[in-house]
Design a protein. Structure first.
Lengths: 222, 240
């Protein structure tokens, strides 16, 4: 059957049926879902996107519930399902859809959006003092554009104070990645052979930065 | 102010105190010496501010990392992310985690135990509940004679009108007015009834949109621009 001639409602009905077959591990025909996705995303047809949302939302919720970091967020699965579907909607608009050969590729992108929604949430979450969850802290946060500009200037200043690339790499581990000596040794075994070595170098860098008058003024200027 | 119990703590001892691995003698010194306590406080403040300001400032977003993994970035972006991954252990770990997540079938996924985490929703996931603005005079929207609902959120005005169709359904017609109107072009409108998504619409370049026909029921609207907070109009407002 030529999918191009089907109405959006007709496509949605066939896509829902084929998705159910796929979920039940029966043979399924992806052409109806692909055409529905194409109309929703490449053509920007809202009615088609409504069906895409309705058909795939249960699957997206299952992906959220199965994500290893979901439990760290304290949110419910619907929250991230909505966030992922919205990211998917904006990211796949227009010509980008042409880069995807079929339904499995498009759904891999949607599943990726689930992962990125959860991970970005944890990155951007401010650490909560009363609940020291190591995993949450390790993810850190991504500052906004203004903060990035400040950070870029500050990092340039620190690089100026630390001309040795080895020291710069360590400063990156300490201040940008917020890693502890054990984690630094584990992540960069070619540069560091043991925690003691990292700690000694860290103390030297800290001492150097603390003695920089400009940095001290900046730190006290809150 | 000199050290009260000389010699003063060395720079390394200050670092040890920051790391929480100091000896009892170093703690005793600190408790007796305002000068060294002040030095420790300054060192700690500098360190905290450095981490707060610099933490992951140059890391690609998780979406960029995901698109890198799926091979859908442009050649230039791909090069930038690849170079970043060579030196960033956290981003490398995130990409590896994504690879594992994508490779796992839903029925193979372990259901993680829920952990009670105090919710501090990041500003990047923000949503604003719109506030209803009482109307005195009748405003006409797209030629309609019924008085529309006007709500405000973060300086953005949302005007909504619910029209009944002859076959006892509703069509929701809306308009967004904001200082930065362009930011709302292409925004996604979601209409939910009893938590089920009933319709979506795209905000046009004049800020207008339309959803329906839909069953007559309390409807909640969420309008999400490509960048920035979503605006929510709860069912309460639409039912007013």
């Amino acid at each position: 059957m030529a999918t191009a001639s089907l109405s959006i409602d007709g496509l949605a009905q066939r896509c829902a049926e084929e998705t159910k077959k796929w979920n039940d591990r029966q043979g399924s025909d992806p052409q109806f879902c692909f055409e529905l996705l194409r109309r929703a995303l490449a053509k920007g047809m809202a009615e088609a996107f409504t069906h895409v949302y309705q058909i795939y939302e249960p699957q997206v919720i299952r992906w959220v519930q199965g994500h290893s970091r979901f439990a760290l967020t304290g949110e419910n699965a619907d929250f991230f399902a909505g966030a992922a579907l919205r990211t998917f909607y904006f990211a796949m608009q227009g010509p980008k859809f042409a880069r995807f050969a079929g339904v499995p590729q498009v759904l891999a992108y949607l599943k990726m959006c689930v992962h990125t929604a959860i991970m970005q949430y944890l990155r951007d979450q401010h650490p909560v003092d009363v609940t020291p969850l190591e995993d949450v802290h390790e993810l850190g946060e991504t500052p906004d554009l203004l903060a990035r500009t400040d950070a870029a200037e500050l990092w340039a200043h620190i690089c100026h104070l630390l001309p040795d690339p080895h020291d710069r790499n360590l400063a990156r581990c300490i201040f940008l990645l917020d890693l502890k000596p054990r984690q630094i040794v584990s992540a960069y075994p070619l540069q560091w052979s043991n925690e003691r070595e990292v700690t000694v170098a860290t103390y030297r860098i800290r001492h150097l930065l603390r003695n920089n008058a400009e940095l001290c003024r900046w730190a006290s200027d809150i | 102010m000199p050290c009260s119990v000389p010699p003063p703590l060395s720079a390394d001892q200050i670092s040890v105190l920051i790391d929480g691995t100091a000896t009892p003698e170093e703690h005793t010194h600190l408790s007796q010496c305002p000068y060294c306590s002040e030095r420790l406080a300054q060192a700690r403040a500098l360190e905290q501010r450095l981490v707060t300001t610099l933490k992951r400032w140059d890391c690609p977003s998780t979406q960029q990392l995901g698109e890198y993994h799926l091979g859908v970035l442009s050649a230039v972006e791909e090069r930038v992310v690849r170079r970043h991954l060579e030196e960033c252990a956290l981003c490398k770990a995130e990409v590896e985690e994504l690879r594992q997540f994508l490779a796992t079938a839903p029925d193979e996924q372990e259901q993680p135990q829920m952990i009670l985490v105090p919710k501090t929703r990041p500003h990047t996931f923000g949503e604003v509940i719109a506030r209803l603005i009482p109307q005195r005079s009748s405003l006409a929207l797209r030629g309609s004679s019924r008085e529309p609902i006007v709500a405000e959120a973060d300086g953005t005005t949302v005007i909504v009108e619910i029209e009944r169709t002859p076959n006892e359904q509703i069509v929701i017609v809306g308009q967004i007015a904001a200082d930065e109107q362009d930011g709302w072009t292409g925004a996604l409108v979601e209409v939910r009834q009893a938590d089920l998504l009933m319709a979506t619409a795209r905000v046009d370049d004049l800020g207008g949109w339309q959803c329906g026909p839909l069953p007559i029921a309390p409807s909640t609207l969420r309008i999400t621009p490509k960048e920035g907070n979503s605006i929510i109009l709860p069912a309460l407002i639409l039912a007013s």
